[in-house]
Ligand binder design. Structure first.
Ligand code: IPE
Ligand code: IPE
Ligand code: MG
Length: 241
C-alpha cells in the first residue's frame, strides 16, 4: 500500500453532530478533539510523515464569541494535557496561521508544545489555526515584494519555488491526500496553492464519528489512485512520489 507522505484533514461536522443529539455545538467540539487525538496517534503509528489538521479558519473568527473562546480554551487544554504524550510518541508539533489573533494564554501553550517537541523526529503534526490560504498567499506576496524592493531579489527570478518558500507550510511537502468529513465538498480556504495535485477524499461521516477504520478506508482509496500530475503514464506506472 502506498502511504501518503502528507495527509491534510478538514475536520468538519462537529456542530451538526451535537445538534443531532440536541446538545450545544461545543459538545461536538469536545468529541471532535478526542477524535483528533486518536487520528494523530494512528497516523503516527502508521509511519505517516506529515499531518496537517484544519483546526480553525480565518473565517471562523466570525462565529459567536462564546464558541470562539470555547474552541481556543479547548486547544489550550488539549496542548497542556497532550504535550507529554506527543513527546513520548516522537511527534513534532507546530502551527500555521495568523496566531497574532489568538489569546495570549493559547499562544503560550502553543510555544511550550512547540518547544517541548522540537527535537522529535517522527510525525510532523501541524495545526492550521486562524489559517486562511488567501491570507497566507497575501503574506507571501508581501514578503517577496519586500525582498524585491530591497534589491535582494529580481522580479525575473521569482519562480514557483520562491512562492513555495514564502508560504507558511514550507518546508512541509504538498499534501498528497486531503480528507474532508461531514459531506461538504469544498476547500474553505485551506491550502489552495499546496492542493494543486492533491488527491481528495470526501466522506459524509461527521468528524466526531470519524474512526481509525474510516482513516484506513481513505488510505486504501488513496493507494488505488493513479496520480499522473498531468503526464501520460504507461500501464501500471504511477507517479506517487
Ligand atoms: C468543524 O466543525 C470544527 C471547526 C470549524 C472549528 P463545525 O463547527 O464547522 O461543525 P458544523 O460544520 O457546523 O457541523
Ligand atoms: C472549515 O470548516 C474549517 C475547519 C474545519 C476548521 P467550516 O465549517 O468553517 O467551513 P464552511 O463554512 O462550511 O465552508
Ligand atoms: Mg463546518
Amino acid at each position: 500500500m502506498t502511504l501518503p507522505k502528507h495527509i491534510a484533514i478538514i475536520m468538519d461536522g462537529n456542530g451538526r453532530w451535537a445538534q443531532l443529539r440536541h446538545k450545544p455545538r461545543v459538545f461536538g467540539h469536545i468529541k471532535g478533539t478526542r477524535v483528533a487525538k486518536k487520528i494523530i496517534t494512528a497516523c503516527s503509528r502508521k509511519g505517516i510523515k506529515n499531518l496537517t489538521l484544519y483546526a480553525f479558519s480565518t473565517e471562523n473568527w466570525l462565529r459567536p464569541s462564546a464558541e470562539v473562546s470555547f474552541l481556543m480554551n479547548l486547544l489550550r487544554r488539549y496542548l497542556k494535557k497532550e504535550t507529554e504524550n506527543l513527546v513520548k510518541e516522537n511527534i513534532r508539533f507546530s502551527i500555521i496561521g495568523d496566531i497574532s489573533r489568538v489569546p495570549s494564554d493559547v499562544k503560550d501553550a502553543i510555544t511550550k508544545a512547540m518547544h517541548a517537541t522540537s527535537k522529535c523526529t517522527g510525525l510532523n503534526l501541524v495545526f492550521a489555526l486562524s489559517y486562511g490560504s488567501r491570507q497566507e498567499i497575501t503574506e507571501a506576496v508581501r514578503t517577496i515584494v519586500a525582498k524585491v524592493a530591497a534589491g535582494e531579489l529580481a522580479a525575473s527570478e521569482i519562480d514557483e519555488s520562491t512562492i513555495n518558500g514564502a508560504l507558511s507550510t514550507y518546508p512541509t511537502p504538498d499534501p498528497d491526500l486531503i480528507l474532508r468529513t461531514s459531506g461538504e465538498m469544498r476547500l474553505s480556504n485551506f491550502l489552495m496553492w499546496q492542493a494543486a495535485y492533491s488527491e481528495f477524499f470526501f466522506t459524509s461521516t461527521l468528524w466526531p464519528d470519524f474512526t481509525e477504520a474510516d482513516l484506513e478506508q481513505a488510505l486504501e482509496d488513496y493507494s488505488g489512485r493513479q496520480r499522473r500530475f498531468g503526464a501520460v503514464l504507461t500501464n501500471d506506472e504511477n507517479l506517487h512520489h
